[in-house]
Design a protein around this ligand. Structure first.
Ligand code: C2E
Ligand code: MG
Ligand code: MG
Length: 288
């Protein structure tokens, strides 16, 4: 912290005036643990949302976007979520930062409407710790209360293990959230201990096929059969199916043939900063 470092130095020297000295703050920062850096990052507003578009395999149109968090560290550059989300979870900071992500996504969505862009629903990833929290539903309710149009712009991505930890509480929470008009997506489907009897009880709108299954399609008939069956299963439960991690034309072609509804992946677009998402995907769709 600038002022503390300056104050200590000034006191030590008996100086009357405080000033910041770059080498001094660098030294202090160098001693900070990742945890402290993340606390500071929150204060300095260094977390950002990148948006990755989803595309209909039928119409080719952009159907939505996933918000993916990055830490814009001024010293080292963009840090991917796998490097800091676990620490946010260990320290409990995930509640505050997770709340920020939902608030930011809603603000972006409302801004798109006001700017005359064709808005798409934004999917925000939720940590198991958030969903387990007794106050989570109320929190979502409060966050969407800023505008009556907000709920239609929000989708929450959860994973199977998240719900399985306490299935009754999980189902009740998801039902309450869905009743608000917010959509629920089951992320990374197939990677957890998928229980089909539980799956049918979950209040869901979308099922996302994990990237690993999309990759396995190329490996032969077994890989194809699994994806085909996941799609059939999802449709029988009246869920929209999104394939994750689509990187090749071949994968996208196969998925279209298998009646998968949407795709997301580097083939269409990598996650991009919000300004780029607006100009490249929303403005074009709206013909602005
Ligand atoms: P996820 O929700 O399954 O997100 C998909 C990840 O796959 C993203 O990585 C995305 O950049 C990457 N991806 C997308 N298309 C492709 C592709 O074609 N090929 C490959 N190889 N990868 C692709 P990212 O952004 O690094 O996020 C990793 C994970 O971090 C996410 O997995 C999610 O679990 C977590 N995460 C991200 N943002 C948040 C957040 O705001 N809150 C929480 N709790 N977790 C988050
Ligand atoms: Mg996700
Ligand atoms: Mg995923």
């Amino acid at each position: 912290n600038h002022s503390e470092a300056a104050l200590k130095k000034a006191k030590a020297r008996g100086e009357r005036y405080l000033f910041f000295d770059k080498s001094m703050t660098d030294r202090v920062a160098g001693n900070l643990t990742l945890e402290n850096q993340l606390r500071q990052a929150r204060i300095n507003d260094e977390f950002v949302l990148y948006y990755q578009p989803k595309r209909s395999l039928v119409s080719g149109k952009v159907t939505g976007a996933e918000a993916l968090m990055r830490w814009n560290n001024p010293k080292t550059g963009l840090v991917p979520p796998n490097h800091f989300i676990p620490v946010l979870e260990e320290t409990g900071m995930i509640h505050e930062v997770g709340r920020w992500a939902v608030r930011q996504a809603i603000a972006d969505y409302l801004r798109w409407i006001d700017a005359g862009l064709e808005p798409v629903r934004i999917a925000v990833n939720v940590s198991p710790l958030q969903l387990r929290n007794r106050g989570f539903v109320g929190e979502i309710e409060q966050l969407i209360s800023v505008d009556q149009r907000a709920a239609a712009g929000l989708e929450l991505e959860i994973t199977e293990s998240m719900v399985m930890e306490n299935i009754e509480h999980g189902i009740a929470s998801l039902q309450a959230i869905r009743a608000l008009g917010v959509h629920i997506t089951l992320d990374d489907f197939g990677t957890g201990f998928s229980s089909l009897s539980h799956l049918s009880r979950l209040p869901l709108d979308v099922l996302k096929i994990d990237r690993s299954f999309v990759l396995d399609m190329a490996k032969g008939p077994d890989g194809m059969a699994i994806v085909m069956n996941i799609i059939t299963l999802a449709h029988s439960l009246k869920l929209n199916v999104v394939a994750e991690g689509v990187e090749t034309e071949e994968q996208s072609k196969l998925l279209r043939l298998m009646k998968c509804d949407e795709m997301q992946g580097f083939l269409f677009s990598k996650p991009v900063p919000v300004e780029l998402f607006e100009s490249d995907f929303l403005a074009r769709a709206a013909g602005v």
